[in-house]
Design a protein around this ligand. Structure first.
Ligand code: TYD
Length: 132
């Protein structure tokens, strides 16, 4: 599957830890940063794939799960460590759910917001992938 788990460089300290994103930690040029917060525990976010854009998801606070599908494989990734990111490359269907109270999901994207890069219908995604 077109994903990678990325360990962010961190500086551990008895006063608290620092995770740093710089230089080659992310394998793309950052064009956009957004975050999900105040997500109800029963809500599902995502529910789409990107044709080109890459996204790195980081659970800054709390936890959630990412359900991934690419037409061949299905995976669930538990996100609960602020120094562990999930890189989702192009053409992977993702759904985010099981948000804990206070969870914050930071998303670092390779592209600016562009609705034409989204596939929001699962069957259309499978059709699109099969034509690649
Ligand atoms: P959506 O992509 O459905 O959110 P998610 O995948 O995280 O569940 O986006 C919800 C709405 O917000 C939709 O109308 C598009 C808009 N939006 C922007 O305008 N800019 C952005 O960077 C993002 C991520 C969403």
């Amino acid at each position: 599957m077109n994903i990678e788990l990325i360990s962010l460089p961190k500086i551990e300290d008895y006063r608290g830890n620092i995770a740093v994103i710089e230089k080659d930690v992310i394998p793309f040029e950052i064009k956009r940063v957004y975050y999900l917060f105040d997500v109800p525990s029963t809500a599902k976010r995502g529910g789409h794939a990107h044709k080109e854009q890459f996204e790195l998801l980081i659970p800054l606070s709390g936890s959630f799960e990412v359900q991934l599908k690419d037409g061949n494989e299905e995976k669930t990734v538990a996100m609960n460590k602020p120094d562990k990111g999930l890189l989702i490359k192009s053409n992977v269907w993702r759904e985010l759910d099981n948000f804990s109270s206070g969870a914050v999901c930071l998303v670092i994207s390779s592209g600016v917001y562009d609705e034409t890069d989204y596939i929001r219908d699962f069957d259309a995604f499978i059709t699109y992938k099969n034509k690649l």
